[in-house]
Design a protein around this ligand. Structure first.
Ligand SMILES: *Cc1c(COP(=O)(O)O)cnc(C)c1O
Length: 379
């Protein structure tokens, strides 16, 4: 554990537990799979997995097998699922570590069966079907052969078919319901082939709040577990969610400057009046978007919103703290974003200024930022 880190992402495990509780409240008896791909959406996969399980998640999912194996190495013993595989993936460790494998086509299925033969242990799989997203997952014309072979391998004792799942395009109600109808057909075909899936899942975060009819017996959610809204125009608090990450730093230099002073590369900010500038050691290497320059973004220092001025560097940026009237010293805490209910800037502001989604900002937070589990927001 590094101490004295200048850049910290505090991860509220209490908030994650509460968010998973909120998901369970919405879904009733359904199983909740929490997705911790890409380092737990930048929060730290291990921290999130532990908090999610404590909050009642029934399974933890990643995209890559490698990510799931890393969770096992950390001692996470919850059920795990991964679903995005390259053509040369080795499924032996998945079987050895009891990780469910999402299977999208016949070649993957045969590779899994081969791994099961070589280890002498039964592999557990969940079929991933494409119902309209046109991304990962078996196409409709492959379902018959894929399910028939899965059933055959199950009878041979090489695999166990534990689930079937698909992913929505979030292209509106009609498109969602059409995907649901396709999914129903896939489920029926799998059953006709002789498999009884225990976990059936289609809804991710967006459908959690909009399509209860698509819950089946399981939901598979990412961003809501982190306390962020999947719905444009609705914020976390309106959905009963608590943002889990607070991105923090501290003031490492202070400088009084006269009116007319140019700030940072290119002098694209000139101080109109005499003021004080504070240096904050977070840059684009840490995921602070360079394009926030001149966009009107701010940070919270001593309870005040203070504007980010001048170009953002690889390691640092500058804040005009003139309005604080000299009442801060070196080491003063800086909050880049966090829970707006606690007076911090929302990550949604950055996402809006950057014309992107909060997901992209979260996963861009760099390796120099220490992820630290804290237990606040639990009440
Ligand atoms: C990332 C991902 C999810 C989680 O999506 P959210 O919008 O964060 O809930 C669920 N399913 C699949 C297949 C994914 O790739």
């Amino acid at each position: 554990m590094r101490t004295g880190s200048m850049r910290v992402a505090d991860i509220s495990v209490g908030a994650i537990r509460k968010n998973v509780g909120r998901i369970r409240e919405l879904t009733g008896d359904a199983n909740v799979i929490v997705v911790v791909k890409a380092g737990g959406y930048g929060h730290g996969a291990e921290i999130v997995a532990r908090a999610a399980v404590a909050g009642g998640a029934t399974m933890i999912a990643t995209a890559d097998l490698e990510e799931a194996l890393q969770l096992r190495e950390c001692g996470i013993d919850a059920p795990l699922l991964c679903w995005l595989h390259g053509p040369r993936v080795d499924f032996v460790p998945a079987i050895e570590q009891s990780i469910d494998v999402g299977i999208s086509h016949l070649r993957q299925l045969e590779a899994l069966a081969q791994a099961a033969r070589s280890t002498g242990r039964r592999a557990t799989l969940q079929f991933k079907v494409d119902t309209g997203l046109s991304r990962n997952g078996a196409s409709r014309d492959e379902w018959d052969a894929l399910f028939a072979r899965g059933a055959e391998l199950e009878r041979e004792g090489l695999v166990s078919v534990r689930g079937i799942f698909s992913h929505l395009a979030n292209a509106g109600e009609e498109a969602d319901l059409a995907q649901g109808a396709n999914f129903d057909e896939a489920i029926a075909m799998l059953r006709a082939a002789g498999c009884e899936p225990e976990l059936i899942h289609l809804a991710a975060s967006a459908a959690l709040f909009t399509r209860p009819e698509l819950y089946y017996n399981t939901v598979r959610v990412g961003v809501v577990a982190y306390g962020l809204s999947p719905i444009a125009g609705k914020n976390s608090a309106q959905l009963g969610l608590t943002p889990a990450m607070t991105l923090r730093s501290e003031v490492v230099a202070l400088r009084g400057v006269p009116a007319g002073t140019g700030v940072s590369y290119g002098f694209n900010h000139i101080c109109e009046v005499a003021t004080t500038l504070a240096l904050v050691p977070v840059g684009y290497a840490d995921g602070m978007p360079r394009a926030l320059n001149g966009a009107g973004a701010w940070v919270t220092i001593a309870g005040e919103a203070c504007p980010i001025v001048g170009r953002i560097g690889m390691d640092q940026f500058i804040v005009d703290v003139g309005r604080l009237g000299g009442r801060i010293d070196l080491g003063e805490p800086v909050v880049l974003f966090g829970n707006p209910e606690r007076g911090f800037p929302s990550i949604d502001i950055w996402a809006a200024l950057m014309r992107t989604i909060h997901y992209e900002i979260l996963v861009g937070i760099g390796p120099r930022v220490l992820r630290r589990a804290v237990d606040e927001d639990a009440a």
